[in-house]
Ligand binder design. Structure first.
Ligand code: 5GP
Ligand code: ZN
Length: 117
């Protein structure tokens, strides 16, 4: 799946598709997962289409770093910073990546098992 109107997360980033956005700036959009796996389940995406971690280049370091800074701010806003939360980036078939626009899951609000399935 390519960039632009083919990509559901590009459509969310541009406002062409609806999502419950919790935070956004010029580089990053954070919105609630449509099928939450925990009481808090938020997805963080770069606005610019990158299919996966496999496509990250040195020039993307700033925006990838910003994903962590926004994740931290969202975790604080959701009241998760003290009790804890998990950040997950599924990459490729074995990890079950289903949307091919780079995204970080922020999961929290319950005790999370380890290792994941
Ligand atoms: P992946 O399995 O690729 O790591 O995660 C993709 C996530 O995107 C899944 O948790 C899925 O529920 C979520 N998702 C897929 N389509 C939509 C959508 O249109 N809106 C929202 N808010 N989440 C979506
Ligand atoms: Zn995209």
């Amino acid at each position: 799946m390519g960039a632009g109107s083919d990509c559901v997360f590009c459509r969310i980033a541009s406002g062409a598709a609806a999502a419950e956005i919790v935070r956004q700036d010029e580089d990053i959009v954070a919105f609630r997962d449509i099928n939450p796996k925990a009481p808090t389940h938020i997805l963080l995406i770069p606005r610019r289409h990158l299919p996966s971690v496999n496509d990250v280049e040195p020039g993307d370091a700033e925006v990838v770093g910003k994903l962590f800074l926004v994740a931290k701010a969202v975790a604080v806003a959701e009241g998760l910073d003290r009790r804890g939360y998990r950040l997950v980036v599924n990459t490729g078939a074995d990890a079950g990546q289903s949307v091919h626009h780079l995204h970080m899951h922020l999961l929290g609000g319950r005790s999370l098992r380890w290792p994941p399935g």
